[in-house]
Ligand binder design. Structure first.
Ligand code: ARG
Length: 466
């Protein structure tokens, strides 16, 4: 210890058994304070609950508990006001706060770590952090879902071409198309809530790995911190980060949904489609091409999806070869996790703001739907309803399409006698099914694109969100 002081370096909390100070490069390499200070408020919450429990089981005097509580209040204020001096020599958020507490209140600060290890401490902090992060993300998903519902409601009757293979397939309601994303986001929301439920268990009390020899009351700490229960196995509690992996997996899926939506917005804004325009405040220009208006926001969200996928792979790889129980590898969980939280949160928030400003060009959507024989399936179904086997109907309509292609017209432009010569069972009423509205209206069941079904889906969705 004296040697350490001679080097001018502060002795470490754990350096009692060491004969030389840690090398400076190792100190830098192993420290996590630059990023885990983000956990500070959760660390304090956990410590206060722990201290209160220590007092209730007789391991900490009333006076010590009071000192710890007052000291933590000052520390909290220092952190919030940006006055707290984080030191890399103190390695991480836990030791920084503990050291400051001891400086402020003396021996009571040194007693706080009774029956606790940084291993169960950090596992608790991350879970508290995740809980709050997920709650924020769930609210942002809901905000985006509301925005989609409002736009879908305005466009239940708006006809657009539905695509398969990005080729015109069948007409759909634009509202129906938007509601597809509502459903994806609803599952994302469920996945987030489900992940939250599973991670909402208290690791504290597991200590370093084997549990504690003190008469601790884990259930009390769990209650104080709002956990649903305690982690059942101490080795598992300090070691596994599956909840972080699960969160990143759910985030990757969510970002994949946003990425698909982004891709569509980008395509639709291209003049070749001309289906939509994004509000100017969500676009940027080009420094060389004066005419440009670029959909940067959806492009970036599409790009950031890769980043979140990367975090998922980082965490899976981080965990895969770790023997039980805690290993320092786990310190590497924080940066990917924090960045995944930030990326998902901002992407959702910016989308929720952008969606209400989408300007829809109904005419362009309609025109695109009226080209490409979007109602060919309707004609085949019509013939089947008149008694033709489906395969024969398919063949007859395919010929009619070819005929139209040669003539350069749509199916609905063919006069009845021409249509009859190609599809024998056709009568005057065929023109109803050849219209875009007729096609939409006929898909009249739950999950179908008939505008009144879309409105029903929106009403049900609103009550699901409430
Ligand atoms: N900074 C560490 C982490 O994030 C805290 C736990 C350290 N535990 C230890 N035994 N070195 O994982």
């Amino acid at each position: 210890m004296q040697d350490l002081e001679k080097e001018g370096s502060q002795p470490k909390t754990w350096s009692g058994r060491f004969s030389e100070p840690v090398a400076e490069m190792v100190q830098k390499f192993t420290a996590s304070i630059s990023f885990d200070k983000r956990l500070a408020e959760f660390d304090i919450q956990g410590s206060l609950a722990h201290a209160s429990m220590l007092h209730s089981v007789g391991l900490l005097s009333r006076a010590d508990l009071d000192s710890i509580e007052t000291g933590m209040q000052s520390i909290l204020a220092e952190i919030r006001e940006g006055r707290f001096e984080w030191s890399i020599e103190l390695e991480d958020v836990h030791l920084n706060i503990e050291k400051r507490l001891t400086a402020l209140v003396g021996d009571a600060g040194k007693r706080l770590h009774t029956a606790r290890s940084r291993n169960d401490q950090v596992a608790t902090d991350i879970r508290l952090f995740m809980r709050e992060a997920i709650d924020g993300i769930v609210e942002s998903i809901k905000a985006l879902q509301h925005a989609l519902l409002d736009l879908a409601e305005q466009h239940a009757d708006t006809v657009m071409p539905g695509f398969t293979h990005l080729q015109v397939a069948q007409p759909v309601s634009f509202g129906h198309h938007l509601m597809a994303y509502f459903e994806m986001l609803d599952r994302d929301r469920e996945r987030m809530q489900d992940a939250r439920r599973r991670l909402n268990r208290l690791p504290l009390g597991s200590a370093a790995l084997a549990g504690s020899s003190y008469p601790i009351d884990r259930a009390k700490v769990a209650r104080m911190l709002g956990f649903e229960g305690v982690c059942e196995n101490s080795l598992d509690a300090v070691s596994d980060r599956d909840f972080a992996i699960e969160f990143c997996a759910s985030s990757s899926i969510l970002m994949t949904h946003l990425s698909r939506f982004s891709e569509e917005l980008i395509l639709w804004m291209n003049p070749g489609f001309g289906f939509i325009d994004l509000a100017d405040r969500f676009c940027t220009g080009s420094s060389i091409m004066p005419q440009k208006k670029n959909p940067d926001v959806p492009e970036l969200v599409r790009g950031k999806t890769g980043r979140v996928n990367g975090h998922l792979v980082s965490l899976l790889t981080l965990m895969k070869s770790q023997p039980l129980a805690y290993n320092k590898d786990n310190q590497e969980d924080k940066e990917p996790l924090f960045d995944a939280v930030d990326t998902v949160s901002t992407s959702l928030r910016i989308f929720a703001e952008m969606v209400p400003g989408i300007k829809v060009n109904r005419d362009a959507m309609r025109l695109a739907a009226s080209r490409g024989f979007a109602t060919a399936t309707d004609l085949a179904d019509y013939l089947v309803k008149k008694g033709l086997p489906f395969r024969d109907a398919h063949e007859a309509v395919a010929k009619a399409v070819r005929h139209c292609e040669m003539k350069g017209c749509d199916l609905s432009d063919l006069p009845l006698n021409e249509l009859k010569s190609l599809c024998p069972l056709v009568e005057q009423d065929v023109y109803e099914v050849l219209t875009l509205e007729g096609s939409l209206k006929s898909r009249d069941h739950i999950g179908g694109t008939a505008p009144h079904q879309v409105r029903g889906a929106i009403t049900r969705a609103r009550s699901r969100l409430a």
